[in-house]
Design a protein around this ligand. Structure first.
Ligand code: UFG
Length: 328
């Protein structure tokens, strides 16, 4: 029996592949390598190709005895999604439809889905729980919500059971130092701050210091990528036990401001990390913090690396050892 990981060469996908291999699972990876990195795959069997290529995907299901799918493959840049919504609907939504159709044909009835806090949009309250309103403020979040809903209707009609995991702010790197975050272009706060410490950027831009928060900068819930990976294994275990479909938030439950992230990064790196206050970035909610009580209770998930300093330290180990990411 094998687990199919789509998008297994990406940031979170590659950490899930590593965690599955550590558990002794057989892993099959599908990735078109448009954004993913071949070197991020620490093992398993890679099929290079696109979910939207029906013949290709049918072959993957025919050649392997797949008992569950973990679905990461998607575009995930909020800014880009606002400029090119068609790309996001095509790759994310249509790509997921193609995957579900092949699962149905092959009789595979378990899927763990990589969702996002962006499905909520501007929160009604914090911490956010899974029953709160979902009203995305960007195309990326809208496509992820559409994917979740599509999977649910395949459950109703065809019994494809799912666990949808809504991540808050993924950060950090694998403890081996072999895999970590490498996006192009990079838009996320932690890697950008660390690029300043590496001398690759002059300063970090702080997008707004006039929010209604203690220090005026946005607060986010940073969760270690390996803790996210562990949650996927637990979610797969839940589906293998025959339990029902579910949606879970994944966050550490701790909120840190942009200024706090920069301060912790100064401490971890020993670099002064100059910061410049700039205008707010469109669509950024002031505070996003998860209630992950359901994941803790029902999945038995405990984020083990929940201190911001530990998360930044692990990211720093990766960036310092791999200043150009996966590119040699
Ligand atoms: N930020 C800066 N300067 C930067 C980059 C980011 O001040 O150069 C700020 C942002 O304004 C935000 C915080 O740092 O307040 C975190 O920003 P990120 O871009 O790292 O992460 P987001 O919170 O915007 O995005 C994350 C996920 C998305 C998801 C979103 C849900 O990365 O995939 O949460 O809102 F859609």
């Amino acid at each position: 029996m094998a687990v199919l990981v789509t998008g297994g060469a990406g940031y979170i996908g590659s950490h899930a592949v590593a965690a599955l291999l550590e558990q002794g699972e057989q892993v099959v990876i599908v990735d078109n390598l448009y954004q993913g990195h071949r070197n991020a795959i620490l093992g398993g069997k890679l099929y290079e190709g696109d979910l939207r290529d029906a013949d290709f995907l049918a072959k993957v299901f025919q050649e392997n005895d797949i008992d569950g799918v973990i679905h990461f493959a998607a575009n995930s840049l909020v800014g880009e999604s606002m400029k090119d919504p068609g790309k996001y609907y095509h790759n994310n939504v249509y790509g997921t439809l193609c995957l579900l159709e092949q699962m149905q044909k092959a009789g595979v009835s378990r899927i763990v889905f990589s969702s996002t806090a962006a499905t909520y949009g501007e929160p009604e309250r914090v911490p956010i729980d899974e029953f709160d309103r979902t009203l995305p403020t960007n195309t990326y979040g809208e496509t992820k919500l559409a994917m979740e809903k599509m999977i649910r209707w395949f459950d109703v009609a065809h019994g494809i059971k799912f666990v949808s995991l809504r991540y808050f702010n993924a950060a950090g790197a694998h403890e081996s130092g072999k895999i970590g975050e490498d996006h192009s272009p990079e838009t996320h706060l932690v890697p950008l701050v660390l690029q300043v410490a590496l001398g690759q950027r002059e300063h970090i831009s702080v997008f707004g210091d006039d929010y209604d928060t203690e220090d005026g900068t946005c607060i986010r819930d940073y969760v270690h990528v390996s803790d996210l990976a562990d949650a996927h294994i637990l979610a797969l275990g839940r589906l293998r036990k025959g339990e029902d479909s579910a949606i879970y938030n994944l966050g550490s439950g701790n909120g840190y401001s942009v200024k706090q992230v920069i301060d912790v990064s100064r401490k971890v790196t020993g670099h002064s990390i100059p910061a410049a206050i700039e205008p707010r970035r469109a669509g950024d909610p002031a505070v996003l913090i998860a209630s992950s009580d359901r994941a803790r209770k029902e999945l038995g998930w405990t984020p083990r690396r929940d201190k911001l300093e530990d998360i930044v330290t692990s990211a720093w180990n990766w960036h310092r050892e791999n200043p150009t990411g996966y590119a040699k």
